[in-house]
Design a protein around this ligand. Sequence first.
Ligand code: SF4
Length: 468
Amino acid sequence: MVTTPRTLLNTPEGDRRIECDDRLLVRIDGDPTHALGLDATDKPLSISLPGTQGFLPSVNQQRAPLGTRWNNDSAFRFHRAMARPHHDDDTTGGHPGGSPHTDTSGHPGTSSTGGHPGGRDYSTAPLIVTWETTQACGLSCDHCRAEATPDRHPDELTTEEATALFEEIASFDPQPILVLSGGDPLERPDLFELLETAVDIGVTPSVTPATTSALTHEVIDRFAEIGVGRMAVSLDGASARAHDGFRGEEGTFETAIDAAKYAREVGLSIQVNTTVTAETVDELPKIADRAARLDAAMWEVFFLVPIGRGEELAQLSPERTHEVMEWLYRRSQSAPYRVITVEAPFYRRVAKRIADEEGIGSGRVGSTGAGNGFVFVSHTGEVYPSGFLPESAGNVREQSLPELYQDAPIMEALRDRTSFEGPCGNCPMTETCGGSRSRAYAVTGSPFASDPLCPWAQTGETGASRTR
Ligand code: SF4
């Protein structure tokens, strides 16, 4: 049984409402107990107990999966951060092997100043902060952005520096999602302490562990006990042969599947991360099915940016990318999980076209861009618009993260879409898409150039010129 610094309450059957402090540890007793749902408003926290139906009405809702079965030792920690509005573009923003998975797929209506109709102004607060806890990793995957190494860097942020970073993240208004990525976060001996600290500060962390033998059931139990928001596992193939072959490591598929299944058993939300290359693209339909069977909350589909070890891998052509996106959008309409793309914001254009012309779905997909809703903090505290865009805005050891995110020239320039060049600068979709700034940088050396993977940019047929 985990302990809580504030209030510990058991929930005898029959109790329907518990007045609480802004932090609450709930232990659900009974044998067996079905927690039908959990519904959190800011304060007090309301809990639907066994025997109740559905959920109490609430704008801010956090729910346990319907039918989740808790045993006597099951414990859940809820805190005020979990009562934040659930963002439809929520992502753990990273996956084992070091790709921090900037969600650049775009929230509908993202403006040049970073706002969107949902009221979130990306010029003042990001939606996602990914902190690369370490570059150390026991794996050496071919597509690794971080070019992870076996050993930790001696100048990594310390536990104390990370705590200060979490407090700065908590000071954003509204508060972002925090992702602890790597390398392999499990290489940090203080990982659990870091996660607990983040929870105590009020920032719900997600985590992207590498699928090594260190990712045990005991580790996943701790994630669940601490209150980790989500755990990501990478699947780049739907079979051991395909996945392990791509990763260059035997056993990683089995570890990923086992970890994902066990996480769901203990009530921990999971997402599946997949890297799309010429080698993995044919696996996508089977991975989509597998993610459903694993009860994933999200499938994050990352379109390779040729940096790090990923430079050696074969990318898709713009035409094939377009086909894949059309398939992905249609597949997403029947998926029991949310689908987001990473480093492929023209997915928004694909989705909008299909929605407008074929009436399929709303066409609303994706979220953020580099420095525009997303920010990446490296293992040594350097702040980048994206983990794939190595133009530093400064270091959190010298300036606060809010200052760097809001005011650093590179961040401001990336939110100002009038600075974009070529087809992306003259495209009617610039405001909602804008192209992958990371890929533009990787291929051309300029983060303001056009995205070379965009089919419209390649043909020059972007449509009517944008009006500024
Ligand atoms: S040209 Fe650029 S802004 Fe236009 S759809 Fe392509 S990537 Fe997006």
